[in-house]
Design a protein around this ligand. Structure first.
Ligand code: SAJ
Length: 417
């Protein structure tokens, strides 16, 4: 059986390789010819734990190309960005993937949409395009939505071990999809209809966004009451039914900061969801306000941003709150230096540690990279003009930094305000 995976990004590539290592002949299709060449020469376009080994194992059963060809299964794993002005899903890539597939469709084929999409996309957008083949969906060929749940940094482990939801446009579509994923998924596979599966995926990320917004709001309130939110959360989470998330500089990444808009884009409801988005999107403003207050007596201040990845231990900067923090601070006349030993490309120059902290007035920890926890503050402090650190993630050993002469401020710790 031949499987074509359209879109070789963070989800499509590992998925293609997992199917290949399960024994299927897999063709990876991507419009980016550079990426296709790289893969065919045995090079990976991005890093992810376990991806090297998987690539090695799957190589004999996998090849990449820029053109769709006849297959038994077509799996769509293309990006679905949100249009930042209209806050709606931009489905151009899904549309064009379906357009590329339909001329090759034959009886018995299965088309699976993995990309995250607003409810009804599979039935109302994808199926009609595929039916331009003159075959009838659900009878001549089969269609399902099977959203991914893997978290960047643990993608491969989670793709194999997480439970998944399989939404078919009819029962046969769902059953066929379930059987296919069984080849590498060790978690449970739950069957439902396509629209419910689309909705489930979105509400998982919405649940997380709203909960993060809650603690981000509580962190600001805690500061007003001179309470340490981190202590308060730890104590509240001793309750058996309370699981408060962690406050921070805002929500980034390609999923949680976008998917809630897909839930509400066609609804007249959704005030709470939109408000949560607003709260998380404006956390960088709160961080900058805090930084400005600390730097108020310093002329021509320079700050060093520690971490521009959207979260710890990944090299991904999509929708990172760091960018908004940098832009807002720049607008206030603050000089910016950036240090992120995990990230390779960014809109601003990435400096080595020494250059990033030399003559700086303040370090702002934005990303919770593990590596920052073990940094020795002594030599860092010696290079700085002023020894101030703002920890928006509460990850540093604060006693150690204080001992090295740093003034330490932690987001949400009202006890030190
Ligand atoms: N964050 C906080 N506080 C927290 C947790 C996260 O501020 O308590 C921030 C992170 O720093 C980051 C953002 O939120 O900026 C999102 O990070 P994340 O680790 O929560 O999630 P993602 O975006 O990397 O991956 C999510 C996951 N969804 C859920 O946990 C419900 C993953 O399982 C999905 O597969 C992925 O979205 C996706 O592709 O949709």
């Amino acid at each position: 059986m031949k499987i074509s995976v359209l879109g070789l990004g963070y989800i499509g590539l590992p998925t293609a390789l997992l199917f290949a290592s399960a024994g299927y002949d897999v063709i990876g299709v991507d419009i980016d010819s550079e990426k296709v060449n790289m893969l065919n020469q045995g090079m990976l376009p991005f890093q992810e734990p376990g991806l090297d080994e998987l690539f090695e194992k799957a190589q004999k059963k996998f090849r990449a190309t820029t053109k769709v060809e006849p297959s038994d299964v077509f799996l769509i794993a293309v990006p679905t960005p949100a249009d930042s002005h209209t806050k709606t899903a931009d489905l151009i890539y899904v549309r064009s993937a379906a357009e590329m597939i339909y001329p090759h469709l034959k009886e018995g084929d299965l088309v699976i949409l993995e990309s995250t999409v607003p409810p009804l996309t599979t039935e109302k957008l994808v199926v009609p395009i595929l039916e331009k083949s003159r075959l009838k969906a659900g009878y001549d060929f089969y269609v399902a939505h099977c959203p991914e749940r893997a978290i960047p940094g643990k993608t491969i482990y989670e793709m194999v071990h997480n439970d998944r939801v399989v939404g078919g446009i009819n029962k046969k579509s769902a059953e066929l999809t379930k059987r296919l994923y069984r080849s590498f998924v060790k978690g449970k596979l739950y069957i439902t209809d396509a629209t419910t599966a689309e909705f489930v995926k979105l509400i998982e990320n919405t649940y997380r966004d709203v909960n993060i917004a809650l603690v981000n709001e509580l962190a600001q309130i805690a500061e007003e009451y001179h309470i340490n939110i981190w202590e308060a959360i730890e104590l509240a989470n001793k309750h058996p039914r309370v699981h408060l998330h962690k406050p921070g500089p805002g929500v980034g990444g390609h999923c949680i900061s976008i998917d809630p808009w897909f839930v509400i884009q066609n609804s007249s409801n959704g005030k709470l969801i939109a408000m949560a988005r607003y709260t998380n999107d404006t956390m960088p403003n709160y961080v900058v306000k805090k930084v400005k207050k600390i730097l108020k007596d310093i002329k021509y201040p320079t700050i060093t941003i520690f971490g521009v990845a959207y979260k710890g231990n990944v090299d991904d900067t999509r929708e990172t709150p760091a960018l908004r923090i940098i832009k807002l601070a720049e607008n206030e006349g603050i000089n910016i230096r950036v240090y992120d030993p995990v990230v390779k490309d960014f809109e601003y120059p990435l400096l080595d540690l020494e250059d990033a902290v030399k003559d700086s007035d303040c370090i702002v920890v934005v990303t919770d990279h593990e590596i920052f926890k073990y940094l020795d503050p002594e030599p860092v402090g010696k290079l700085m003009r002023n020894k101030i650190v703002v920890d928006t993630r509460n990850i540093l050993n604060h006693d150690k930094w204080k001992k090295a002469g740093f003034k330490v401020k932690v987001l949400g710790n009202g006890k030190e305000v």
